[in-house]
Design a binder for this molecule. Structure first.
Ligand code: SME
Length: 151
């Protein structure tokens, strides 16, 4: 399926900017992202609280990882490095903390305000290597929008 990333991004920008309530803006972003992207099996947002990533809104199976210390897992690594991490095959990455047995690939995009990580967008796919440069640019732009709104 052909995805018009720019159209989806513009729509999410409008939705997020028109939502003054920060928790609700996060929830709506998750729901728009999930609805637009068929390969995104699990979409969630973690917020950094006292050195831990705490799971906020998500869509997909319930995850056992509702609190992840910075530095642990792929989520914790992305927060520690302040950089997007893309994993094409999670079983080959020893940092990976399993959420669902079906997950094959993952992208984690930090939400950075100033020079501080305030949270991150985490997406899992049941397809190996599901995330390319367009997904990365798309999610990084959403993370930028959320950084304006939250924190
Ligand atoms: N896989 C993540 C944990 C979060 S679940 O995917 C929702 C990690 O390795 O940090």
């Amino acid at each position: 399926m052909q995805i018009d990333y720019e159209a989806v991004q513009a729509r999410i920008r409008d939705v997020v900017r028109s939502e003054p309530d920060a928790p609700r803006a996060l929830e709506r972003a998750v729901s728009e992202i999930k609805a637009a992207m068929p390969d995104y099996t699990w979409v969630g947002i973690y917020l950094l609280q006292g050195g831990e990533l705490v799971l906020g809104p998500f869509l997909g199976k319930a995850s056992p990882h509702t609190r992840i210390p910075v530095g642990r897992g792929i989520c914790g690594a992305a927060a520690a490095e302040k950089q997007t991490i893309v994993v094409d095959e999670v079983s080959a990455d020893e940092r990976y903390l399993a959420c669902s047995l079906e997950t094959r690939s993952e992208i984690v995009v930090p939400i950075v305000r100033g020079d501080r990580v305030i949270g991150e967008i985490d997406v899992d796919s049941d397809r190996a290597a599901a995330f390319d440069g367009r997904d990365r640019a798309f999610l990084e732009s959403i993370a930028g929008l959320l950084a304006e709104q939250v924190g």
